[in-house]
Design a binder for this molecule. Sequence first.
Ligand code: FAD
Length: 106
Amino acid sequence: PLDSEQLGRSTWAFLHTMAAYYPERPSGAQQRDMRRFLHLFSQFYPCEQCAHDLRERLRTNEPDTSNRHNFSQWLCLLHNEVNRKLGKTEFDCSRVDERWRDGWKD
Ligand code: FAD
């Protein structure tokens, strides 16, 4: 059966890792494609409530795909909105590279 908690953890790992390795200087086409990817993703993500919630957020909060840093931060803020909604602790977005790219320093 579909476990939306496990799916969520795996999906956030995928999304944050993809953002962590997004180009420093993306072309216009790459910026557009990543925005489209997120919109398409929100149409097929197999947790109906999560997907619906994400589509609503994307209506007023267009992904900032202008460069690696901005996209990673945008995604961190989005995840924090979901954390807040679910009553989870918020993540310190200044540590997003440590978590998803470079590894914790300690
Ligand atoms: P997760 O929230 O899955 O986080 C995994 C790890 O990411 C954490 O352990 C932490 O190390 C790191 N992390 C946490 N916050 C951040 C951040 N802001 N930036 C970077 N890294 C971070 N569940 C619902 O019940 N209802 C919903 O509407 C819903 N919507 C979702 C929408 C999307 C797009 C996704 C991918 C998942 C959604 N989920 C939803 C699932 C939910 O967000 C969690 O994935 C799930 O509850 C498991 O939570 P968790 O506590 O294991 O950590």
